[in-house]
Design a binder for this molecule. Structure first.
Ligand code: SF4
Length: 286
């Protein structure tokens, strides 16, 4: 990894109140990644350092970022920073309060919500939270003028629902929608039954691209079939991917810096491999 991209994903905590079968958090497959989480004062220090090094877009995630004690101090820090960084709270939505939505009003902050299914939502997320709860939250954000995007990971149980999921997001006021096939990473490596076949994933991409022409908001298809950062031997490929299939190199390394809950950089969202302490990497630590 060389240089610092202008976007950083800060994974604030290992903890989550959901247990999604498709979760790509790498520590779920590699327990050695667990360690002492950075505290919020340490995350503020990291954010300040990264802003000084040119980072202007932050995504705060986890785990579930809203389980991180004191997280609103980091949100307020970013909202008040004179360099005016943009920041996105990537959350499952279940812990978002009216007060948090109000906190984001008039800032450069927004939300990104995960919407993996309608009928299969609870089975996929292992939670008692519901799509109805998410729809109420979408309404609240729209009514209070706080922008939000929606991320849709398409698993086999949700394959028939993808158009409804996009429509639900758009009709609820999402500013952007990103959709793509499930990758068998993180906990997902233990659930290959969720994979689409190669043919289904390619067809999904074609249909989403057609759909995007009449979609009133930006609709992005994330078409990776597997994590191309991994060696072939470590890859779980969807059924039917030709042996000689060579995906385009993943662009995450150039576009994002990913920092895990213990403050270690990674070159890829899915890959357990670490690239050193973020403060050392960015030239702060000795
Ligand atoms: S996908 Fe998100 S909400 Fe689901 S278990 Fe993983 S971190 Fe939690």
């Amino acid at each position: 990894m060389s240089g610092i991209p202008d976007s950083a994903i800060l994974e604030l905590t290992f903890n989550c109140n959901h247990s999604c079968l498709f979760c790509y958090a790498p520590w779920l497959e590699e327990p050695s990644l667990y360690g002492r989480e950075l505290s919020i004062p340490e995350w503020i220090e990291v954010a300040e350092l990264l802003i000084r090094r040119g980072v202007r877009r932050f995504t705060l995630s986890g785990g579930e970022l809203l389980l991180k004690e004191g997280v609103t101090k980091l949100i307020d820090f970013l909202a008040a920073h004179p360099e005016r960084p943009h920041f996105t709270l990537y959350t499952n939505g279940s812990l978002v309060t009216r007060e948090l939505v109000e906190r984001l009003r008039g800032t450069r902050g927004d939300f990104a919500f995960s919407l993996p299914g309608i009928r299969c939502y609870r089975a996929l997320t292992g939670s008692t939270w519901s799509v109805d709860g998410l729809i109420d939250l979408f309404d609240l954000c729209r009514n209070r003028g706080v922008p939000f995007g929606v991320g849709i990971v398409v698993t086999r149980p949700a394959l028939r629902e993808w158009k409804q999921l996009i429509s639900l997001a758009v009709l609820s006021g999402a500013a952007t929608v990103q959709i793509g096939p499930f990758l068998a990473e993180g906990r997902g490596r233990f659930h290959p039954e969720l994979l689409l076949t190669c043919r289904e994933a390619v067809r999904l991409g074609e249909e989403v691209r057609r759909f995007s022409r009449k979609c009133p908001v930006p609709l992005r298809f994330a078409g990776e079939l597997f994590c191309s950062c991994r060696s072939d031997a470590a890859c779980i490929r969807p059924p039917g991917v030709p042996e000689d299939y060579r995906p385009a190199p993943c662009s995450v390394e150039e576009r994002f810096l990913v920092v895990g809950p213990a403050g270690k950089c990674r070159r890829c969202l899915h890959l357990p491999e670490e690239a050193g302490d973020v403060r050392r990497f960015a030239g702060m630590a000795n």
